[in-house]
Design a protein around this ligand. Structure first.
Ligand code: ATP
Ligand code: MG
Length: 266
């Protein structure tokens, strides 16, 4: 079997601001394999987002302490990189999309500006090449009228459209790993399905492994190969999705999955 794309060893995250430093992620370890869609599930507050932010190196050092034996991306340890090195890796080899795309998009620039700047900065494209690449990327995430989207400011787009622009930006450099943190929770059910379809299809096309954070066991069943179940900062179960639904090992997993009627029963 091929080596994992991302390998996390004993990652802990603690809040420095509380009186007693409190660990919100405790000694978790897991692998993300090539081409895999790996779910991270668990109730609100269990540490999913903090795990993602720690891997990306996005947690401010004055507020949070991150400890890990290794955060290996393609064999090189991100935990040992200085901020400058991390900046080179972020967006290019590993990227992240967030729950609410309005906060991640800059309100004063058009979608086209923001997308094109990625092609110019990370991939050395000229202005007109970057424009061309941006149009292609937007059609890959399902836009028909790409010219119009390029000219739009974030507030002029619907939630689903904004999230698709975010996917286009995150996937522009064909990263090895995409971390998608509840990318569709803010969207209606139909749009949710379209966005997840596009996301996972593009992942396959580009050979990008996906860490998909979700509350929704239905999303796990439909889109993921394997799942990590988190409870209070720890991983309590790591299983492929078929086994997870057929033979959940942990009580908590059983309760979590019971919320999707019919899946895995019988
Ligand atoms: N800015 C913050 N300041 C203090 N504590 C925080 C902060 N952000 C998160 N926490 C704490 O860290 C823990 C983990 O938070 P995290 O955001 O990773 O949870 P989550 O699993 O992503 O939840 P959700 O499903 O609601 O997004 C929570 O218990 C929360 O109380
Ligand atoms: Mg979260």
């Amino acid at each position: 079997m091929n080596p994992p794309v991302l390998s996390i060893r004993n990652l802990s995250v603690s809040n420095r601001r509380t009186k007693q430093p409190s660990a919100v992620v405790q000694q978790i370890s897991f692998n993300l394999n090539p081409g895999e869609v790996l779910a991270v599930v668990g109730e609100s507050g269990c540490g999913k987002t903090k795990t993602a932010e720690a891997i990306m190196g996005l947690l401010p050092r004055d507020g949070w302490s991150v400890q890990a034996d290794a955060i290996e991306l393609d064999g090189s340890d991100l935990a040992k990189l200085p901020e400058s090195g991390l900046r080179r890796v972020r967006g290019r080899k590993i990227s992240m999309i967030f729950q609410e795309p309005l906060t991640a998009l800059d309100p004063v620039f058009t979608a086209g500006n923001q997308l094109a700047s990625i092609f110019r900065r990370h991939r050395g494209k000229t202005r007109s090449e970057a424009y061309q690449c941006s149009m292609e990327m937007l059609s890959k995430v399902g836009f028909a009228d790409t010219r119009n989207v390029l000219k739009s400011y974030p507030h002029q787009l619907s939630g689903g459209m904004r999230q698709r622009v975010m996917i286009a930006m995150a996937m522009a450099c064909r990263p090895r790993v995409l971390i998608a943190d509840e990318p569709t929770t803010a969207l209606d059910v139909t749009t949710q399905a379209q966005v997840l379809d596009q996301l996972t299809r593009l992942g396959q096309e580009y050979g990008t492994s996906i860490l998909l954070i979700t509350h929704d066991p239905g999303v796990v069943a439909q889109y993921c190969d394997r799942a990590l179940v988190m409870l209070e900062g720890r991983i309590v179960e790591d299983a492929n999705v078929r086994d997870l639904f057929a033979r959940p090992q942990h009580d908590y997993t059983r309760r979590l999955l019971a919320s999707v009627a019919g899946v895995g029963s019988g």
